[in-house]
Design a protein around this ligand. Sequence first.
Ligand SMILES: CC(C)(COP(=O)(O)OP(=O)(O)OC[C@H]1O[C@@H](n2cnc3c(N)ncnc32)[C@H](O)[C@@H]1OP(=O)(O)O)[C@@H](O)C(=O)NCCC(=O)NCCS
Length: 144
Amino acid sequence: MSESNSRDETASHQSPEVETPRGVLAIRQVAMPANLNSGGNVFGGWLLAQMDLAGGITANDRAQGRVATVAITAMEFHLPVFAGDVLCCYADVTHVGTSSLTIHVQAWVHRRNGTDVDDLKVTEGDFVFVALEQDGSKRVVPQP
Ligand SMILES: CC(C)(COP(=O)(O)OP(=O)(O)OC[C@H]1O[C@@H](n2cnc3c(N)ncnc32)[C@H](O)[C@@H]1OP(=O)(O)O)[C@@H](O)C(=O)NCCC(=O)NCCS
């Protein structure tokens, strides 16, 4: 169950025909040649880092303060990403525990294809964050 389903800024609209991004746009970034692996596609570690940043921004907002990533689960790489793709990471708060928050992060790309632009879901995963005190110990996530 998504926490943000009832919020106006939610961009999630599933239909039987066309899938659209789930959650709130948290970051956009251009994939650069420096982010490629030896096979010529964007390195999975770079994609993970962007998704972690997107989830972290959302978790930080929801937890009203510092968070740390404690786990990444259910990570899927659906399609390759190429240099020049505009990576768009969407984040959706799916669970709030005592000190933890789970954020479902989807990465989509805008890919220019001649005069057309394709929007493609390339990766998704569940990122678990823990709300932290300034000393690094866990704290309770405040009520929204
Ligand atoms: C985050 C940290 C302070 C938590 O330490 P802790 O006090 O031992 O935490 P706990 O084991 O009690 O777990 C805290 C919460 O995280 C959840 N959690 C811990 N490990 C988890 C895992 N592998 N998967 C899912 N949830 C997990 C627990 O269920 C708990 O949730 P709840 O409070 O909502 O019930 C500690 O693990 C830490 O510092 N980890 C390193 C974080 C880090 O450096 N991340 C990378 C850079 S951001």
